[in-house]
Design a protein around this ligand. Structure first.
Ligand SMILES: [Fe+2]
Ligand SMILES: [Fe+2]
Length: 366
């Protein structure tokens, strides 16, 4: 049978399971005249496409390509054998047919997987398969983060858990949010020691003016984009890395600069110089990572270990983002924001071994 499983895999990966079924069905109709309307062809082709599409759709973090390839080959093998037996073919013919259809299944799925990177480059998208690949701790960039900026590495893992839970809760793409979180701070690799999570003892900012410190720190989302491009990360991941601080202001160094200026009786610093100058989040996934990122940083430094205080802190952080107009291009609704807060709290509840009470707690604080 002509290798039509190719389309089942590629279309499921980018457009969903249903589209893949419709297109596979149309393809079978189109190809049927080419195989002389052989009655076995539509059965095998549809069976193979269904299995290929189902496996591509069901692919989750721990799965791999082998499953799609082998299952498609197997169903072809099986259906061809059954049809051969029903048609009372000789064993010789059955074996040849079986080998042919199984091989056609393997080749067509392998080609589909091979062509995906090209498709992703052209259409600026990313498949679940590529996201799984990028989520492996063995990826060279994640390895570098683990070795050169261990604090940032740990921070990113927690941000990923928060972002995944929140994205899932609002119906956004949780794999994009999670993978984006893994890579959001890779720009810190340019100067790991200037970020608190990687400092032990010495703080290099002691030797710098607040303005110099701010310049180094606000540079990191731009560096994340730069490094991510060098490593050919897909666009949705680069977007998250570049947007995760938007145009927010660095609170700590701005205050420090203001204090110094006030003491010296000098003019107050320009607050624009203490702001990030990257784009604000343009997708729900990007906004979720921004909120997860600030939540993680604030929770870690606060040392809070109960849900009530956690909720207060998280609400104040999100309010600050809204006040600084960081979420207006993200497509998040007020209802989404409440759902995100709940999702974050559930994650922390797991960490505190505490249960979040509903619905009273939610209505009380409103
Ligand atoms: Fe960051
Ligand atoms: Fe971060």
């Amino acid at each position: 049978a002509p290798p039509i499983y190719f389309s089942a895999v590629v279309i499921t990966a980018y457009f969903g399971f249903r589209s893949a079924l419709v297109i596979s069905f149309l393809l079978v109709l189109l190809v049927s005249p080419m195989v002389g309307f052989s009655p076995a062809f539509p059965l095998i082709a549809l069976g193979g496409s269904l299995v290929a599409a189902l496996n591509t759709k069901g692919i989750s973090r721990q799965d791999n390509y082998a499953k799609i390839i082998l299952s498609t080959a197997f169903i072809n093998f099986f259906l061809t054998a059954v049809i051969g037996l029903l048609e009372k073919e000789t064993w010789a013919i059955i074996s040849i047919n079986v080998a042919q259809t199984a091989l056609s299944g393997v080749i067509s799925v392998v080609v589909a997987i091979g062509i995906m990177p090209l498709y992703e480059m052209i259409f600026n998208t990313v498949s679940p398969l590529r996201l799984i690949e990028l989520s492996q701790p063995g990826h060279p960039l994640l390895k570098r983060l683990f070795v050169e900026a261990p604090g940032t590495s740990q921070h990113s893992l927690m941000v990923a858990n928060l972002a995944d839970a929140a994205a899932e809760a609002i119906g956004a793409n949780s794999m994009i949010a999670r993978t984006g979180a893994y890579y959001h701070d890779i720009g810190k690799l340019e100067a790991p020691m200037y970020f608190t999570e990687n400092q032990q003892g010495d703080n290099p900012h002691d030797l710098l003016s607040p303005l110099e410190s701010a310049q180094i720190i606000t540079q990191h989302p731009k560096d994340s984009l730069k490094i991510g491009r060098r490593y050919r990360l897909p666009v949705p991941i680069l977007r998250i890395a570049s947007e995760h601080h938007g145009t927010t202001r660095l609170r700590y160094f701005y205050h420090k600069a203001k204090e110094i200026a006030e003491k010296a009786g000098r003019e107050l610093p320009d607050d624009k110089e203490y702001c990030y100058t990257t784009p604000i989040p343009s997708t729900p996934e990007s906004a979720v990572v921004m909120l997860a990122d600030s939540t993680e940083a604030a929770m870690r430094s606060s040392g809070i270990e109960n849900i009530a205080d956690a909720e207060k802190l998280i609400r104040s952080i999100i309010k600050e983002k809204i006040d600084q107009e960081q979420l207006k291009n993200s497509g998040l609704s007020f209802a989404d924001i409440e759902t995100i807060i709940d999702a974050f709290l559930q994650v922390y509840a797991g960490h505190f071994h505490e249960r979040v009470e509903y619905p009273e707690a939610a209505t009380e604080t409103n």
